[in-house]
Design a protein around this ligand. Structure first.
Ligand SMILES: [Ca+2]
Ligand SMILES: [Ca+2]
Length: 100
């Protein structure tokens, strides 16, 4: 009896964890692609400085270690210079994909 009770407790705990995970996933973008779509407010498929900041904040929330470092140090302009390979002042999907 004791054993089955602890199993059901474990199931409740697992269910609660799943519920939490789905709530969190709903509130924040799940991956880089979604973070990009959310950040690209004017929908021109590139991120300007303000949009890149939003993107990096999302990536930091998703646990991206580089993005966390950028947010912690507030070095968004440095990140833009690093990402913006062709120097047009905006970060494209291709440029972001080249980052690891
Ligand atoms: Ca944009
Ligand atoms: Ca660029």
């Amino acid at each position: 009896m004791k054993k089955s009770r602890s199993v059901s407790h474990a199931l409740i705990a697992a269910g609660t964890a799943l519920l939490f995970a789905s709530l969190t996933a709903h509130a924040a973008p799940k991956n880089q692609r979604e973070a990009f779509i959310v950040a690209d407010r004017n929908g021109d498929q590139v991120l300007d400085a303000a949009e890149l900041k939003t993107f990096l904040d999302h990536m930091a929330d998703l646990g991206n270690s580089q993005a966390k470092k950028v947010r912690m140090l507030g070095i968004y302009s440095v990140a833009m210079r690093t990402i913006d390979a062709n120097g047009d002042g905006v970060a494209s999907v291709t440029e972001l994909k080249a980052q690891k």
